[in-house]
Write a protein that binds this ligand. Sequence first.
Ligand code: SAM
Length: 170
Amino acid sequence: MLEAVSAIPITNKKVLDVGTGSGIQGLYCAMRGAIVTVTDINPAAVIYAQQAAQTLGVTLTAVQSDLFSNVSERFDFVLFNPPYLPSETFEDRTVDGGSKGRALATRFLAGLPKHLNEEGTALLLLSSQNDPTSLIADQQVFEASVVAKRALFFEELQVLSLRFRGNAGR
Ligand SMILES: C[S@@+](CC[C@H](N)C(=O)[O-])C[C@H]1O[C@@H](n2cnc3c(N)ncnc32)[C@H](O)[C@@H]1O
């Protein structure tokens, strides 16, 4: 995901990093001059991102939120590296992704139209375990393509780029 983000000109662009975790994506964007908001459902991640930003001397807004629930704005870039491991429960919110590992990604895609600018781009990381090909084929609101891939251990990670298809969904 970080490699995919590094290929995008983001200076002065509004970036939302959903599920920021360690803060790595959002902090990287803030260091490159983007106007960054990070969210996580885990309050410890939100506090950590604020502290890390202070340490690095960059500015960002950190919000505790279940996906977009506490976010009202639209952004030029929306990033999400979701919990994607197939699971029967959601005991570990950092990795458990429910059925096919796609529960969080599916909810994210449902909320995205209200938070992406008309010309905006979202980057969503998925695993080969999530059947990304069918997810891409199912998209009606967004045009989706794979912009980065990496084989790791038992899976291939893929970064999907999503942009509004025509005027659909707004
Ligand atoms: C796989 S980690 C990604 C961390 C980081 N963004 C990265 O790229 O390394 C997934 C993150 O999503 C967060 N998360 C899980 N469910 C969420 C939800 N419903 N809303 C917001 N964040 C969530 C987890 O707390 C965790 O920090």
